[in-house]
Design a protein around this ligand. Sequence first.
Ligand code: SOE
Length: 386
Amino acid sequence: MKHLNVAMIGSGFMGKAHALAYANMPVHFYPAPAIPVRKVVVDVSPELAKAAAERLGFEESSTDWREVVNRPDIDIVDICTPNDSHAEIAAEAAWAGKHIICEKPLARNASEAKTMLEAVTAAGVTHAVGFNYRYTPAIRMAKKLLDAGRIGKVLSFRGHYMQDWSADPNTPSSWRFSKATAGSGALGDIGTHVVDTARYLLGDIEAVSSVLATHVTERPASSSAFDQLASGDRSGSGAKVPVDVDDAVYSLLRFSSGAIGTLEATRNARGRHNYLGFEIQGADGTIVFDYERLGELQVMFANDRDDVQGFRTVQAGPFQPYGDKFWPIAGMGTGYLDVKTIECYEFIKAVTEGRQAAPSFEDGYKVELVADAIQTSASTGQWADV
Ligand code: SOE
């Protein structure tokens, strides 16, 4: 079986998810298109990098990403670093002829994303951006129902991503609260997942009318090398540092198809942990998804008999996309790692077949165009074209 050597840059939360996905993928998808080999992991200090190699199962560790991405034995570069380093690492990796998977959002803004897309296109390598949620079996199932016309013409989309890990003003600061490193706040971090899901299910968005807000304007500095999200120290002990990104975004959406919709995203919604979801209304039915119950899809078909009309709950299982690769009985449970494992499979398959993955850097760039338009609309108070 073919083997592909992976160099992973960054070993935080996403590095852990990707490392587990490389290990699990050939177990679920056998025979695998190729076996990903966890060759070398890079982090900012020798201690962090060495610990990451031990913990995540990489053969080697390094602190020099540039040297690593230029190594002749590396086939794939996996970018799991904060947003401000994506463009530089991706350009170097593309010039070195490596296939690239880059965590989302692709970049801090559309112009940076465009340079990345140009670099990978010129190099002719396979590229993917980590909008993992579109691989959720229940979301794939929603796409199948839409493509088969089961809810008729799509009229509207209500998309949301609500979390609460930063609702407490004492949640420590991190690169996610700085425009220089992140580009934007809730918009880039989680709103872009909604944009990717919307584009995947309904097609391109052509105009937006948006508002952004920053409710928590300063946070205690973090004492940890890693961004700890909900598991951080909330004692409020660090010196306060300013927040210069949004922590909530609300937007109206107009799709090229004629459908209309909404997007809501915040990391400060008490009680909502990973509440990514949507409701799609069609002329002949409705589809509802909520990631906090990711193994389920709610569907309503208008052609059901009047006396039994209503939502039914479909459990993801062997009859839904990718379901047969996991457990042989519906309802046994799909998790975050399963979604990351499917993402890994699709990327490795695209590499071995010498074609583009989906979502690619082009999708990542188009999402950034929407995110830029949302910021323009929020600052002008007008609709903005994408
Ligand atoms: C933090 O909001 C975060 O880690 C996002 O960056 C991820 O994309 C999301 O999947 C989980 O939450």
